[in-house]
Design a protein. Structure first.
Length: 181
């Protein structure tokens, strides 16, 4: 099953994703796509990964080439957080050159689906503002929108988080989760 969780910044997507994964089969894998750019970000990544480890996840840091990732054991559940980081990592190189990330991001999600019975993908609601972006940011927002639409089409369940409340937009949740909302 593929679950897509979307919503605005700080709306509870990560907390809900963790609870959803707890209701799904083991082993649990946390695919961390947030590439640390400096020492404070590396410290934050270590804290995030430790928190997930405490909740039973095996952490795999993977910033690009998700399609090339081979998990240590098949089956279980993967939490991919988040599409926006992965898209940026695939789209921009260290010199700021831009390439189309859509095919690589989708191939990576497909590779995870082949390895896990359940994949929970966290993304952000983008493009619903008034825009006014420079060309590079506009291309990034457009790419995330394209990826989100493709993921929503493929997903078994799509949930929008609003103020911590999951709104089911497509499909259903596992029975264990429905009692929590």
């Amino acid at each position: 099953m593929l679950y897509l969780l979307t919503g605005g910044s700080g709306c509870g997507k990560s907390t809900f994703a963790e609870a959803l994964c707890a209701a799904l089969p083991r082993p649990l894998f946390f695919i961390d796509t947030a590439m640390p750019a400096d020492a404070p970000e590396a410290e934050e990544a270590a804290r995030r990964q430790a928190r997930y480890r405490e909740h039973g996840f095996q952490t795999v840091a993977r910033y690009t080439d998700l399609a090339g990732l081979r998990l240590p054991q098949p089956g279980g559940t993967a939490l991919l957080e988040c599409i926006c980081n992965l898209t940026a990592n695939e789209m921009f190189d260290r010199q700021g050159r831009r390439t189309d990330p859509c095919g690589r991001v989708m191939a990576g999600v497909d590779a995870l689906r082949r390895q896990c019975g359940h994949v929970v993908v966290v993304t952000n609601d983008v493009g619903s503002d008034t825009g006014g972006y420079d060309a590079s940011t506009g291309a990034y927002v457009s790419a995330i929108g394209t990826i989100n639409a493709a993921l929503a089409e493929r997903a078994d369940a799509v949930l929008e988080l609003v103020c911590g409340i999951p709104l089911v937009r497509k499909g259903t949740l596992p029975t264990r989760m429905e009692a929590q909302i």
